[in-house]
Write a protein of this length. Structure first.
Length: 241
């Protein structure tokens, strides 16, 4: 819940050179502003900038006050949506079962779900990370074909690192992301697991992003606070290249 529409527009306009540099280096780069800023950012940003919504409802329309539907996003040419972010799981009772409905609806509309999974501090300290993550993946991907699983981006976000300044060590990030790939392989086959993009999210900063992205099973990063300022956003890219 950051940036007014005017601030988001300024960010989008300022990011063109950054996006062009990302394109030259074959790197996908994007932002996920609030619903109110989606149209402005989509219209103001470089055409190659991925603009994602932070959430969506699984129904096309109806009496769901306060919700936003897939057709509404498609009208704005939004093609990516974050699903099951840890903050929505924590504050809005988002369940993996509901995420499953949203993922299926997005895939049916040829959109890219970015499905977030991750454990709380208590679960981490009790050694339940893989149990929790496995459950979230199994429920989130239930009933989805192997060919469709390949189209889903999975983001590992340890809840205990969101907004705390604490980040998982590279060893933890690689271990869990490798585990996610193994679970996807069990559910959808090796080919699907190899083609599924897995991101790490959780206190990713310019100074640590390269270490995370150098890991074998980490294909990208889902960045929070460090992506809010254009200078930091540029450093994130520069430190990858």
């Amino acid at each position: 819940m950051n940036k007014l529409i005017s601030e988001a527009r300024e960010f989008a306009l300022s990011s063109s050179d950054i996006v062009e540099k990302a394109v030259r280096h074959h790197i996908d780069i994007g932002v996920a502003p609030t619903y109110l800023s989606l149209q402005t950012v989509k219209q103001s940003a470089h055409p190659s900038m991925i603009v994602a919504a932070q959430n969506v409802h699984f129904k096309e329309n109806g009496a769901y006050t306060g919700e936003v539907s897939i057709p509404m996003l498609k009208e704005l040419n939004i093609g990516w949506v974050i699903i099951g972010h840890s903050e929505r799981r924590t504050y809005d009772n988002e369940t993996s079962e509901k995420c499953n409905l949203k993922i299926k609806a997005l895939l049916a509309n040829n959109m890219v779900p970015v499905y977030c999974v991750g454990e709380t501090l208590e679960q981490f300290e009790n050694g339940l990370t893989k149990t929790v993550v496995r459950d979230q993946i199994v429920k989130g991907l239930e009933g989805i074909s192997a060919s469709d699983v390949k189209k889903i981006v999975i983001a590992y976000e340890p809840v205990w690192s969101i907004g705390t300044g604490k980040n998982a060590s590279t060893e933890i990030a690689e271990d869990v992301c490798h585990f996610i790939r193994e679970v996807v392989s069990e559910l959808a086959g090796k080919e699907a697991s190899e083609q599924t993009r897995i991101l790490y999210g959780g206190s990713v900063k310019p100074e640590n992003i390269k270490a995370y992205l150098s890991l074998e099973d980490v294909d990208g990063a889902l960045v929070g606070g460090a992506s809010l300022k254009i200078e930091s956003y540029q450093l994130l890219l520069d430190n990858i290249i």
